[in-house]
Design a protein around this ligand. Sequence first.
Ligand code: BES
Ligand code: MN
Ligand code: ZN
Length: 497
Amino acid sequence: MMDITLAKGSPETLRTGLLVVGAFAHGELTPAAKQIDTATDGRLSVLLKRGELEAKAGSILLLQEIPGLVAERLLVVSLGKKEEFSEKAYREAVAAAAKALAASATTAAVVTLTDIDVPDRSLDWRLQTASRFLADGAYNFDAPGKRRESKKTERGVENVSLSVSGEPKDAEAAINRGLAIAEGMALAKDLGNLPGNVCNPSYFAETAQKLGQEFGFDVDVLEREDMEKLGMGAFLSVGRASYSPCKMIAMHYKGGGADDKPIVLVGKGITFDTGGISLKPGANLDEMKFDMSGAGSVFGAIKTVARLKLPINVVGLVPAAENMPGGNASRPGDVVTSMSGQTIEILNTDAEGRLILCDALTYAERFDPACVVDIATLTGACVIALGAHASGLYANDDELAAELLASGTSTGDRAWQMPLWDDYQSQLKSNFADMSNLGGQPAGSVTAACFLSRFTKAYKWAHLDIAGTASVSGDAKGSTGRPVPLLTDFLISRAAR
Ligand code: BES
Ligand code: MN
Ligand code: ZN
């Protein structure tokens, strides 16, 4: 884990491998950049006036061995146009710096971006955000399937100093929060990136037990027989044809008072989604190993919360199963009875997420929750609606929705609220059961949420559809660690209120 502290002294005098400084478009310097410019006889402003740094926020210019500077390297990061400077531009600048730090030949850096005022945001926010992005930028998946020789050589900055003017009070706590969030994201990414033959439901159970031991909280794992007794017919129907048995995992983090109602996080833990008998087409099917990203984000958020010892109670609930075809698999047309007693006609075995979640959501009632938030790579339709930029948010409580939206904005891990109107419910009609698990083509993300809403009437509830945000395809294929930033910001805010 990266080490981050506060820098002391004027930037141009600091002995470090890499000094990071911000500049606005068209050569307007930040205070730190001005000091560097003076120390280097105006060399920095000459380069900037010449247009060596692109105007777009997050563009970078790496300079080596500049006369007048003690630092070996100077990384100039564009902040975009001064009049347009915003928290988004700040995040882009910090993320670009993080990328350069991770690739650098040096191990120590001083980052002065934290000394730039961001409209409507505090110094704490700047420190926490920078720490999170810098530590997250150093994330590297230690792929168990890659032989040592073929792995990237170890490179990158390990020790970072952040410079700020004045004597901030809670700087250390803010830095700590950033680091803890990055650590939660790293766990979510690791779980997501692991292949389905390693990260199966039992692997989740072991991960939960280890976290419980490390941080001292209780973990329960329900086995098939336990779940049969509870009547979780919807959940168990999904994992039937897999050789990896289903698990229902509950992590009980208790940082709050004995009477404080817990916040329950429920994460979809389909460790691989073939679609079942309604088999998915083959193209990019490997990416269905990411169908456990909701669960991954719950593990990640719990780790952050435990690392920070937040004074709240949180239950992390993970229904884990593998959706496979086979002689014992559910068929389209099968009718199952959920734990709630409501019956479901399975018209498509590929709409399995809602089947495992509905029983977990009913099970959540027994914790007498303050609220329940489920997180799921639930629908391809959500990717069509919102792409990779926002997670879909649904809620039966406007205050809860507003809190989650604000956490998304504050972290840049954004969500967008979608309707949960009754008008959509009729799409779930079945001729043979209380409801079908299929809502048809129109508004597929909405009807999936409507399905879940039938199991969440007992408490305040929100649902995040993260199908578009949890992973990326292409050259950078991998887990993003989202929405750990959103979830942990929400929990940190709840702990503070
Ligand atoms: N895991 C998928 C949703 C998904 C799609 C996640 C693309 C990430 C990227 C989910 O289980 C699924 O298959 N949903 C179906 C539902 C349909 C059958 C109603 C879908 O979206 O096609
Ligand atoms: Mn599916
Ligand atoms: Zn799925």
